[in-house]
Design a binder for this molecule. Structure first.
Ligand SMILES: [Zn+2]
Ligand SMILES: [Zn+2]
Length: 303
């Protein structure tokens, strides 16, 4: 578990991210499941200790793993392509989150200093150790590794395969479900529901102005970031920075032309550079359609 209380940059990051529970489109009407009720049902079924009751306990455990993961996805919704919000297997969803935030499956403790920090100098490690911290909350995350339990517990929901002689022994099932419930209780009891770590480079798409996050890991190795807006699809090349510290260069993979009517610069994503693609000038709304075969010489006004 990361502890933010000791780290200045982490605190800055978490301040920026604090309260950023972004919901959009389908997530706007979302009604959360009652996580404590799921836990209670799972516990009482586990306590009954029959083969059938354990099956129901397993079902409730899987339901809660999904709910906790989707809750996290919703917090990142602003930064994700809509198609990615449809990932339903917790491990797949968390893997995708890790691509934009390498800490997406880690827990966080958030604390704030009781006194304002001096502004005339950079704080050092000893300053943080001396300061008095007021805890704001804690987030217990289900790690990618732990989420293997989603499939493990799934085995209790099915009849033994033709190749297997029996299901898992009942004592083993009870042990598995007890351990899983312990972890789920911690996660469902998180006082901070989700932390979106924007500790990378956040920039606005030139095509649609949506926010795009390139995580720190990507900045170091150089990669491609994609606009999360499915209707836009601008791609950006992220050049690795030599020092490995500060944001590296971001270049849109696009063609740029001046509008024939108002001279406003129009950017067209590279992946849309094909005959027939239509777009308009965002300033004067002049409409264009790409002709054939070469760009940009064959651009012509659609009117
Ligand atoms: Zn965009
Ligand atoms: Zn124009």
């Amino acid at each position: 578990m990361r502890c933010f209380a000791q780290c200045e940059t982490a605190i800055r990051k978490s301040r920026a991210a604090f309260g950023r529970h972004m919901y959009h489109r389908a997530t706007e009407t979302y009604m959360p499941l009652d996580q404590q009720a799921i836990l209670n049902r799972a516990r009482s079924q586990l306590a009954l200790g029959t083969t059938e009751s354990l099956r129901y306990a397993a079902l409730e455990c899987r339901l809660l793993m999904e709910e906790l993961t989707y809750e996290k996805l919703r917090a990142y919704a602003e930064l994700l392509p809509e198609a990615e919000l449809n990932k339903w297997q917790p491990r797949e969803a968390v893997k995708m989150l890790l691509a934009i935030d390498p800490a997406a499956d880690q827990g966080v403790k958030l604390a704030i200093s009781a006194l304002p920090a001096p502004e005339d100098r950079e704080l050092i490690k000893e300053d943080y150790e001396r300061m008095e911290w007021v805890p704001l909350g804690e987030h217990h995350a289900l790690s990618l590794k732990w989420l293997k339990n989603y499939h493990k517990v799934g085995a209790l929901l099915h009849a033994p395969k033709a190749s297997e002689s029996s299901t898992m022994p009942i004592e083993k099932q009870q042990k598995l479900l007890t351990d899983i419930l312990e972890e789920l209780t911690k996660a469902a009891g998180s006082t901070l529901r989700s932390i979106v770590n924007k500790g990378g480079l956040v920039f606005h798409c030139i095509g649609c102005n949506r926010q795009i996050l390139a995580n720190r890991m990507n900045l170091l190795k150089g990669s491609v970031a994609l606009c999360p807006n499915d209707d836009c699809q601008f791609e950006y090349e992220i050049a690795p920075h030599e020092s490995g510290e500060e944001p590296s260069a971001v270049r849109p993979k696009s063609a740029t032309v001046a509008c024939a009517k108002c001279a406003h610069l129009i950017h067209v994503p590279k992946r849309r550079l094909r005959a027939g693609h239509q777009f308009e000038c965002s300033k004067c709304s002049a409409e264009y359609r790409l002709g054939e075969p070469s760009w940009p010489l064959m651009i012509r006004n659609a009117e």
